[in-house]
Write a protein that binds this ligand. Structure first.
Ligand code: ZN
Length: 310
C-alpha cells in the first residue's frame, strides 16, 4: 500500500493565522528551522490510480490541487478518490467534505455515531446529497475488519481492509446534549487499522491514550502514524496563559510521565511517525531539545508530502 501525507499539522495549521506564539512568529520571520504545514490529511492507495482519504481536512482543496495524483483522469468530471474514512466528527476531520460537494458520487465511511453527529444537526451536509447517485454513508463497525476497497478488475491482492479501533475520546462540543444521549461514546474517536497483503498500518491522529488496546494494535503494525499534537500536557496553558491540558483535549502529550514517548518504547520493526502537530509544539523546530528527544526515541515527524510504501 502507498500512504501519502498531504497535511501534517493540527487544527489551524502551521503557522496558524491568528497565532503569534514563538513557533509561529519565528516561522513567519524565517528564523525557525522547520517547515510550514497544512492541517492533517492522509491518503492511502492499494492500487495505482485509486485513493482513499483519511478524514477531510479544512485545507483539502489546496492539498488535492497541489498533488497531481488527485487530478481527474477522465475528460468530464471524475476523481481518483474512491472513498473518505472519518476518525471522528471533529471540525478538522470533516470540514473538507464540503470541498467535495461538486456533484461527485462519493462513499464516506464512519462510525454510526459520527455519521449521526454530522448529518442530524448540520443541515449544511445536505449539499453532499446533490450528486447522482448521492453521497453514500457506510458504517464502520468497531473492532471488525471490513473491506473498504475492492477492485472491480482482477487486480491481484489489491483489496484493502480497515478496522475501527475505539480510542476512548469524546464527541466535539457542537454536538447537542440531546443527541449525545443517543450516541455511543466508544464511537466518538477511532483509530484506523489497515491491512493489505499482510502489511499493517495504523492511523490515529487523535490519541487520548486510555486503556491498552491501542498499544497492542501499534505493536502489530509495520507503520503507525500517531498523534503528535502536544509536546507537554500544559503546553497551551504555558504558551497562551490559559486553556485546557493536552489530556483534557483528548491528546496524550509526547513528553512526561506516561506520555506517548514513554508508553511506546518499541524495539521491533514498527516505523513510528508523529502527525497532527500543533503549532505550539517545540518539536516543530528541528533545532529544539524536544525535536532531538523525539528522534532519539526512534520517532520520525511527518511533513506535508511525506510518502510511505508498505
Ligand atoms: Zn502558534
Amino acid at each position: 500500500m502507498r500512504i501519502k501525507v498531504l497535511g501534517s499539522a493540527a487544527g489551524g495549521g502551521f503557522p496558524q493565522w491568528n497565532c503569534r506564539c514563538s513557533n509561529c512568529d519565528r516561522l513567519r520571520s524565517g528564523v525557525l528551522k522547520g517547515r510550514a504545514r497544512t492541517q492533517a490529511q492522509v491518503a492511502i492507495s492499494s492500487v495505482e490510480g485509486t485513493w482513499l482519504l483519511l478524514n477531510a481536512s479544512p485545507d483539502l482543496r489546496q492539498q488535492l490541487s497541489e498533488n497531481p495524483e488527485f487530478a481527474p483522469r477522465e475528460k468530464t468530471r471524475s476523481t481518483p478518490i474512491a472513498a473518505i474514512i472519518l476518525t471522528s466528527a471533529d471540525v478538522d476531520c470533516m470540514l473538507g467534505l464540503l470541498h467535495l460537494r461538486e456533484f461527485e458520487p462519493l462513499t464516506i465511511y464512519s462510525t454510526l455515531s459520527v455519521r449521526r453527529a454530522l448529518t442530524e444537526e448540520n443541515t449544511l451536509f445536505r449539499t453532499l446529497k446533490r450528486s447522482n447517485p448521492p453521497v453514500q454513508w457506510e458504517i464502520l463497525p468497531l473492532d471488525r475488519l471490513i473491506p473498504v476497497f475492492q477492485p472491480t478488475a482482477p487486480t491481484e491482492n489489491a483489496s484493502l481492509f480497515c478496522k475501527a479501533v475505539p480510542l476512548g475520546g469524546n464527541f466535539p462540543d457542537y454536538v447537542s446534549d440531546a443527541l449525545r444521549l443517543n450516541l455511543n461514546e466508544e464511537e466518538a474517536v477511532i483509530g484506523l487499522y489497515f491491512v493489505q497483503n499482510e502489511k499493517r498500518f495504523l492511523y490515529a491522529p487523535t490519541l487520548p491514550g486510555r486503556g491498552q488496546d491501542w498499544r497492542r494494535c501499534v505493536s502489530g503494525c509495520d507503520l503507525a502514524l500517531l498523534d503528535g499534537t502536544f509536546w507537554s500536557d500544559d503546553e497551551m496553558i504555558k504558551v497562551h496563559g490559559s486553556g485546557k491540558t493536552a489530556r483534557n483535549m483528548g491528546h496524550l502529550p509526547l513528553s512526561g510521565a506516561q506520555g506517548l514517548l514513554e508508553q511506546l518504547q518499541l524495539n521491533g520493526d514498527v516505523r513510528r511517525v508523529l502527525i497532527h502537530l500543533n503549532n505550539t509544539n517545540p518539536a516543530l523546530d528541528s533545532e529544539s531539545a524536544a525535536n532531538r528527544a523525539v528522534r532519539d526515541a526512534g520517532w520520525e515527524i511527518a511533513h506535508d508530502g511525506m510518502e510511505f510504501e508498505l
